[in-house]
Design a protein around this ligand. Sequence first.
Ligand SMILES: [Zn+2]
Ligand SMILES: [Zn+2]
Length: 141
Amino acid sequence: MAMGAITGQCLCGAVTVTVNDPPGWVGICHCDMCKRWSGAVFAVFPSRDFAFSGPVVEHASSPASFRAFCGTCGSHLYMRDTDREERDLMPGLFQETQDWPVASEIYTDRALCWVQPAGDHKRATEAEYEENNPSPIGQPT
Ligand SMILES: [Zn+2]
Ligand SMILES: [Zn+2]
């Protein structure tokens, strides 16, 4: 069943976003950069067909990627790599993501001890992930 467009907003409402291709699942990363940025748990879903309005601010978090937040309230909005159009959006901006399952979880051995997402999804430790996804800058993005 195709999912319709979903619309979300940041904490203060200054930034709104519509996603026309919601996948219905999220991915989780527990690497040190993602933990630091998210505060604890970094969960995102990919989109190629989206529209933002409002004060979106991008921070160049590494040579390979940007992370974006609301310029008014600081809510995290998305991450993107410099070499692709796709955005990895934060599910908490949207009501509709409430029941979306986890599709994959990486850097599982770096997770905070109380973060153990349920489900029968793909899981990879830091070593397992980096073996199959060598980073051009030698570190997680
Ligand atoms: Zn805001
Ligand atoms: Zn990460």
